[in-house]
Design a protein around this ligand. Structure first.
Ligand code: AP5
Ligand code: MG
Length: 208
């Protein structure tokens, strides 16, 4: 099962990808998480992309495509995968079609006002990528990861300016992928507005 998760920033792609990955035992591949891990580890790649992510702009296609191509060649992706946040441009989607197939593209739909509420309350555990929300899915202890007890942080691109830019970038560069996958008969919309359990139930219905 080769899946692509589309949708605006903060639509819940990562939250649902984590659940789908556990349920179907297929890897959750988030280009955003890979970039953030490289930034944290201060690798060459991390140094190259830090300013881009902080501003909410897109990393160049060639770099992102190579990264995903390499990741999909690993054994654990042979029986399926969830691509969360890739492709994000038409050239990325064309490149993906050249080295893999897509069985379904799930389009997580959420209005801008909700995006802003979700991103401004998001807290993440940098080590694992586990994601919380101060109101909608708070950790057991404020500011601490449920599993490790380590500190939660606010993503640098969850500042107001960066959020606004990410929404704009999404509309210009990524939204055209809705038509792209729809024309190929692969697109299914998911209403991302309800609570996580309800969104997950919709996803399971689509995938079963
Ligand atoms: P990326 O990490 O992919 O960020 P994004 O697309 O902006 O999406 P988010 O991770 O912000 O949101 P999400 O949809 O995963 O929502 P989440 O589940 O966390 O990319 C970051 C950056 O990396 C890009 O800006 C770019 O620079 C670069 N990049 C990445 N991929 C690239 C590519 N292909 N090409 C070029 N550059 C690339 O949920 C959000 C919040 O809402 C959380 O707090 C969560 O707890 C809460 N929540 C989730 N679901 C619900 C619900 N149903 N009800 C209530 N609250 C909910
Ligand atoms: Mg995410």
């Amino acid at each position: 099962m080769n899946l692509v998760f589309l949708g605006p920033p903060g639509a819940g792609k990562g939250t649902m990808a984590t659940r789908v990955s556990e349920h179907f035992k297929i890897p959750h591949i988030s280009t955003g998480d890979i970039f953030r891990a490289n930034i944290k580890g201060q690798t060459e790649l991390g140094k190259k992309v830090k300013a881009i992510l902080d501003a909410g702009d897109l990393v160049p296609d060639e770099l992102t495509v190579e990264l995903v191509k390499d990741r999909l060649s690993k054994d654990d992706a042979a029986a399926g995968f969830i691509l969360d946040g890739f492709p994000r441009t038409i050239p990325q989607a064309d490149a993906l079609a050249g080295f893999s197939t897509v069985d379904q593209a799930l389009n997580f739909v959420l209005p801008d006002e909700e995006v802003i509420k979700r991103l401004s309350g998001r807290r993440v555990h940098p080590g694992s990528g586990r994601t919380y929300h101060v109101l909608f899915s708070p950790p057991r202890t404020e500011g601490k990861d449920d599993v490790t007890g380590e500190d939660l942080v606010i993503r640098p691109d969850d500042q107001e300016d960066a959020i606004r830019n990410r929404l704009e970038v999404y509309k210009k560069q990524t939204q055209p992928l809705i038509a792209y996958y729809s024309e190929r008969g692969l697109l299914v919309d998911v209403d991302s507005a309800p609570a996580p359990d309800e969104v997950f139930a919709q996803v399971l219905k689509i995938l079963s």
